[in-house]
Design a protein around this ligand. Structure first.
Ligand code: DX5
Ligand code: ZN
Length: 214
């Protein structure tokens, strides 16, 4: 089963209600929420209060929090309390990653780990048994609207060959052009910012991804 997860970064932030409403009409129940700290990545985005505001307004919308930040351990409680349904941290931050996965799950939230394009996917092997989700970055994290890096697709195949049965999300430059390839490789969550929210007809994009399951 492959699912579309629109990325808030590309939505019209002055009309967030409209953006989430459109997702609902398109049968989409999960929103990707990028957190950037201007240190781990060269950009700033949304914080926990914004997550809470969305959750209050749209309690049924799953919020898939992608922490592109140093010291994410300091924010896990807050995001869990404010409605995150999954929280993904980056392998590159190092430290007690196993402890962080355990902490996220102890808060009743699905735990994910992500690798940037320059990071080998084999670095995730020690954690695979405990992860609910792996997020493969197919652009350098930090900005929406970048070009998809096809060489990263092999990482998805590697994870499936290694026996990983959790969700594999793909993030960065994902579109209906590369969606079939990603589905075939074993991805289950397609994060789309630009390709959904800025599409001429987002509903068509949603239908296209849904039909990949047929
Ligand atoms: C990039 C973010 C993505 C971003 C993807 O660092 O993690 O979630 O929103 O945007 P698009 O789909 O436009 O590449
Ligand atoms: Zn993201």
């Amino acid at each position: 089963m492959i699912k579309l997860t629109p990325s808030l970064l590309a939505a019209d932030l002055m009309n967030l209600g409209g953006a989430v409403g459109m997702m609902g009409r398109d049968g989409l129940d999960q929103l990707h929420f990028d957190v950037m700290d201007a240190h781990f990545v060269p950009n700033l985005s949304f914080g926990p209060d914004f997550c809470r505001a969305i959750h209050r307004q749209h309690p049924d919308m799953k919020i898939d929090v992608h922490l592109m930040m140093d010291n994410p351990q300091n924010y896990l409680d807050e995001f869990a309390q404010y409605g995150a349904s999954s929280i993904t941290v980056h392998e590159e931050i190092g430290g007690d990653l196993a402890g962080m996965i355990g902490k996220i799950q102890s808060l009743g939230v699905r735990a994910g780990m992500s690798v940037k394009p320059g990071t080998g996917v084999e670095t995730l092997l020690p954690y695979l048994d405990n992860l609910d989700l792996v997020l493969i970055m197919t652009v350098e994290p930090g900005f929406g609207g970048q070009k998809f890096m096809p060489e990263e697709v092999e990482k998805i195949r590697f994870l499936r060959r290694a026996g990983f049965r959790g969700d594999i999300a793909v993030d960065g430059g994902v579109s209906i052009q590369n969606a079939p390839l990603l589905a075939e490789a074993g991805a289950t969550l397609l994060v789309m910012g630009t390709s959904y929210f800025r599409a001429e007809d987002p509903s068509l994009v949603a239908r296209f991804v849904k039909d990949l399951n047929a």
